[in-house]
Design a protein around this ligand. Structure first.
Ligand SMILES: *Cc1c(COP(=O)(O)O)cnc(C)c1O
Length: 392
């Protein structure tokens, strides 16, 4: 059997061997607790401080504006819940603005605030390409809006949102509203200069750019109101208690630096293969359409709605051929619910059910793309045959 073909780099990425090597020493040699005063602890502390400085360099911010976390979801939760509850306390503000296409880490954090803290949520709609209109965000902002959270790039359809424009219009409407962005998909491929983006907080996750799963960071602009969710020791300036995961933080830092040192080559590579996927699929499969924005999309993302084909069946058939792909976040897997993102784009159900997401990465090859293009037409035909009720 041939090597498996991995076309799901938006779900996670393999650890870069250079990242793995950089982490080694923090298990085997410099394994101390960064809060300890003796040498092995001091070495861990130096590595942690150094990692923070280097992440800050990439994001163009101060080192003390970086908070290391356990994942992208934690970063989103800390930013949204933390700032929302701080503004509720300080000003009595209990209103949130977000979009219909956010990751569940954002949507469910907002819903949690609605359910447990009495917040009200306004959802801005997206166009059929998944784009948020900054004017609609501005129109949704009220004098009591605590947090606006709009993602940088969508994980299902790859659409890039006009985040800097959104930040600008929100601040012009209510300068005290906190603007958060979930940049987890954008991290590693898109510019991350937080001054240019103009946001107050930004979430990243290491495993989306060749660091291990289980480490993330939050950029938090100095002066941004935030209550702390995780109580304990004084780690991360008291914002996020818990002994720091030094090895993973170092790994994420190295991965972040490599991503931006190699950004031009990586973007050229993944977008060339993505374009081959898009052109090949649209040419060979009738009733396939690109979902998401035609140009304002992530360089690694090719996503489709395939009329009359069931997405789950496509994935199972591809898996049998050793090809790993993804469908829309079929919400909680196993349910028949269709993706909230494809619903928000206004796709009819017969199309939304046939969603297929292919995301390229630094290790993807032309042979991988050719293999997918070789087997997909027959798989689509077979799947359509067994799901006749869905054919339009
Ligand atoms: C993967 C992802 C997350 C969650 O990150 P984890 O580190 O897996 O918690 C959040 N938002 C987006 C857009 C993502 O793609």
């Amino acid at each position: 059997m041939a090597e498996p073909v991995y076309l799901d780099n938006a779900a996670t990425t393999p650890v870069d061997p250079r990242v793995f090597e950089a982490m080694r020493a923090f298990w085997l040699e410099d394994w101390g607790n960064p809060s300890s005063v003796y040498a092995v602890g001091r070495r861990a502390r130096r590595a942690l401080d150094n990692a923070r400085d280097r992440c800050a360099q990439v994001l163009n911010c101060r080192a003390n504006e970086i908070i290391f976390t356990g994942c992208g979801s934690e970063s989103d939760n800390l930013a949204i819940k933390g700032s929302a509850m701080a503004l509720a306390e300080q000003r009595g503000w209990k209103h949130l603005v977000t979009s219909r296409v956010e990751h569940h880490a954002v949507l469910h954090a907002c819903e949690w605030l609605e359910k447990h803290q009495g917040f009200e949520i306004s959802y801005v709609e997206v166009d059929h390409h998944g784009r948020v209109d900054p004017a609609e965000v501005a129109a949704a902002v009220r004098p009591d809006t605590a947090v606006v959270s709009i993602m940088y790039a969508n994980n299902e359809v790859g659409t890039i949102e006009p985040v800097s424009e959104i930040a600008r219009v929100v601040k012009a409407t209510n300068p005290h509203t906190v603007v958060h962005t979930d940049a987890v998909q954008a991290g590693g491929l898109m510019p991350l200069d937080v001054q240019a983006l103009g946001v107050d907080s930004l979430a990243l996750s290491g495993h989306k750019f060749y660091a291990p799963k289980g480490v993330g960071l939050l950029y938090l602009r100095r002066g941004t109101p935030l209550v702390h969710l995780l109580s304990g020791g004084g780690q991360e300036r008291g914002i996020r208690a818990g002994t720091e995961n030094v090895a993973y933080i170092v790994g994420m830092t190295v991965a972040l630096e490599l991503a931006y040192a190699e950004q031009a080559e990586r973007v050229a590579h993944v977008s060339r293969l993505r374009d081959q996927l898009i052109e090949g699929i649209l040419a060979s499969i009738d009733g396939a359409q690109l979902t998401g924005h035609p140009t304002q999309r992530m360089p690694n993302s090719a996503s489709f709605a395939i009329e009359g084909a069931d997405g789950e069946s496509l994935l199972l058939n591809l898996d049998q051929e050793g090809i790993y792909a993804s469908s829309g976040s079929a919400c909680t897997s196993g349910t028949l619910e269709i993706s909230h993102v494809l619903c928000a784009l206004g796709l009819p159900e017969t199309q939304a059910r046939g969603s297929l997401r292919l995301t390229t990465g630094v290790r993807t090859t032309e042979a991988d793309v050719a293999r997918l293009l070789e087997v997909l037409p027959a798989i689509v035909a077979r799947v359509r045959e067994v799901t006749p009720s869905l054919v339009g």
